[in-house]
Design a protein around this ligand. Structure first.
Ligand code: CUA
Length: 167
């Protein structure tokens, strides 16, 4: 089969460009610690408030039996609950987030925390916030007319100033 020299050159070039882009994406994902969602855990979104874990009184940051920190949140049109959450810096925190109605997303600006919250599933991710500050958490999946106003705040305090259980 005859392939024109110019055509062959461009075929090779386009393959190289595709590989280069994959390499850049992979390097970026590894460097930024970006992971695909992996937790498959179903939950009845309609009865979320009736569950122990996602009941209104049990939301927020808690210390698990093994001493690790777990933050439980509910995403609901149009807000995240709890509205403000204080967490320590430089400490791994496991987030468990469920939606009470439709598809939402949690994007915490200035951090690597970003996940979809699909109704019927518990979104779980573990991350560490390296620097203290107040970070807005936005909904980044269109969920209705109030989508623009759906946000909350994550307050990262220095590790030595953090008291577990204290708000
Ligand atoms: Cu919730 Cu957009």
């Amino acid at each position: 089969m005859h392939v024109d020299a110019t055509e062959r050159k461009w075929v090779i070039l386009s393959f190289l460009m595709a590989f280069l882009m994959i390499a850049i994406l992979s390097a970026f994902a590894i460097k930024q610690n970006i992971q695909p969602p992996s937790n498959v855990e179903t939950i009845d979104s309609v009865g979320l408030h009736l569950t122990e874990e996602f009941g209104e009184d049990n939301l927020g940051l808690k210390v698990a039996d093994d001493g690790s920190l777990v933050a439980t949140m509910v995403a609901m049109r149009y807000g995240f609950y709890p509205q403000d959450m204080k967490v320590p810096a430089n400490t791994p925190i496991k987030f468990r987030i469920a939606s009470a109605d439709v598809l939402h997303g949690v994007h915490t600006a200035g951090t690597n925390m970003n996940t979809m919250v699909v109704p019927g599933y518990v979104s779980e991710l573990t991350t560490t916030f390296p620097r203290p500050g107040t970070f807005p958490m936005f909904c980044n999946e269109y969920c209705g007319l109030g989508h623009d106003y759906m946000w909350s705040r994550l307050i990262v305090v220095p590790k030595d100033e953090f008291k577990p259980g204290g708000e």
